[in-house]
Design a protein. Structure first.
Length: 144
């Protein structure tokens, strides 16, 4: 009498749970990377504009923050007005493709904003951006 052997089950890799896991990881890392892309500047009350368009520059930005009392920050580090041009020049020498983002509080003096722009230009800034916030619904954009 012959004893019949049962066929051995070959090991298989199930693809459906692997695809589900990969999709979950993809969504998780997409959301995590969006949460990590924050402006490097200090929080200020930006001026409102109807044409405000939300953008992020991520690591491609050199952020100058001008608070309403005249305090100046370069990427969250306090900086003196006299050394601003040299600090901008040094950063742009390391990374020449940086965009200079001037976060100016809506109550900052106009002359100080222009002085920050001038210092950035003298430091070699090729492009500058002044971010704004969208006008809240029900409010007009007129300030005068």
């Amino acid at each position: 009498m012959r004893i019949r052997r049962l066929p051995e089950d070959r090991p298989r890799i199930e693809l459906i749970p692997m695809i589900d896991t990969m999709a979950f990881l993809l969504v998780f890392f997409m959301i995590a990377s969006l949460a990590m892309s924050r402006q490097a500047g200090m929080p200020v009350s930006l001026p409102a504009a109807e044409s405000a368009d939300p953008q992020t520059w991520g690591d491609r930005a050199l952020v100058l923050t001008l608070e309403r009392d005249g305090d100046l920050f370069l990427d969250k580090s306090p900086v003196e007005w006299g050394s601003l041009t040299e600090r901008v020049k040094a950063r742009l020498a390391e990374e020449p493709e940086l965009v200079v983002v001037i976060n100016a509080d809506e109550e900052a003096r106009h002359g100080e904003v222009v002085a920050a722009m001038d210092a950035a230009k003298q430091g070699g800034a090729g492009s500058m951006v002044i971010p704004t916030r969208p006008i809240e619904e029900g409010r007009s954009g007129e300030v005068w």
